[in-house]
Design a protein around this ligand. Structure first.
Ligand code: F6R
Length: 243
């Protein structure tokens, strides 16, 4: 796409169509959601469709990809806060349908919590649609370089580059948490449909490696290459290094 605005509207339209289709079948629509700058315009468009076109989220269940650890829900840097600010506060999704990894857990409770997160996704029939962004390390969710193909939801140590990129919103790198809870590569790859958003020139290099490079744990997003229903939605800058 020549611009991310138009691209975001197309992606939102696909999500809205899926929600409506599932409604027509009296079924739950299970969405995997991302935070960060990339999906903001998609969420804006979904909110617009809710307010102006009657799109209902009553049959939608969501699972977010990740959350910093430790992180209070009320903290404005939390992904919990982000999701409510950009989407959940403005639509009619029942609050019990929202799942965001909990950054407040005691260390000894986290492993069981992560296993239960994956189990819950499975119990809902798996993700129908997973929205992704990509980090400059090639992470999807917070699956940093070294992440295993078969990984499930777990605690991850954030890459230095990821912490550098997050530093402005935390007013300095020292304030950026060193860890996070993230859905795993396997969790994401089990989704029936995956759409990855990439905007701007500063994503061009990692997107070239992701799309045209060999599949490798050094660039976890390359694991998407052999998913059978995955689309990369890029603007001109993000796609500028593709051959
Ligand atoms: C966030 C997430 C991350 C971001 C990635 C890109 O939930 O899963 O993988 O998608 O760090 O972030 P932005 O969109 O801010 O460039």
């Amino acid at each position: 796409f020549t611009d991310s605005n138009h691209a975001s509207i197309k992606v939102a339209e696909e999500i809205a169509a899926l929600i409506r289709k599932k409604q027509g079948q009296n079924k739950t629509c299970v969405l995997g959601l991302a935070t960060g700058s990339s999906p903001i315009r998609v969420y804006e468009e979904l909110v617009r469709q809710h307010k102006e076109e009657g799109l209902s989220f009553k049959n939608v269940v969501t699972f977010n990809l990740d959350e910093y650890l430790p992180m209070e829900k009320s903290n404005i840097q939390s992904y919990h806060y982000f999701m409510h600010e950009h989407l959940f506060n403005h639509i009619d999704i029942p609050s019990e349908n929202i799942h965001i990894p909990d950054g407040t857990l005691a260390p000894e409770a986290i492993v069981a919590y992560c296993l239960a997160y994956d189990k819950k996704i499975k119990e809902f029939g798996g993700l129908d649609f997973q929205l992704l962004g990509i980090g400059r390390t090639g992470h999807i969710g917070f699956n940093e370089p070294g992440s295993h193909y078969n990984s499930g939801t777990r605690v991850i140590t954030l890459d230095h580059i990821t912490r550098v990129d997050a530093a402005p919103s935390f007013l300095g790198i020292d304030n950026v948490p060193r860890k996070a809870i993230t859905m795993g590569i396997a969790t994401v790859r089990k989704s029936k449909r995956i759409v990855l958003l990439g905007w701007g020139q500063n994503k061009a290099d990692i997107l070239k490696q992701t799309i045209e490079g060999d599949i490798t744990s050094h660039v976890p997003a390359t694991y998407l290459q052999n998913h059978d229903n995955c689309t990369f939605v890029l603007d001109t800058g993000a796609g500028s290094e593709l051959t």
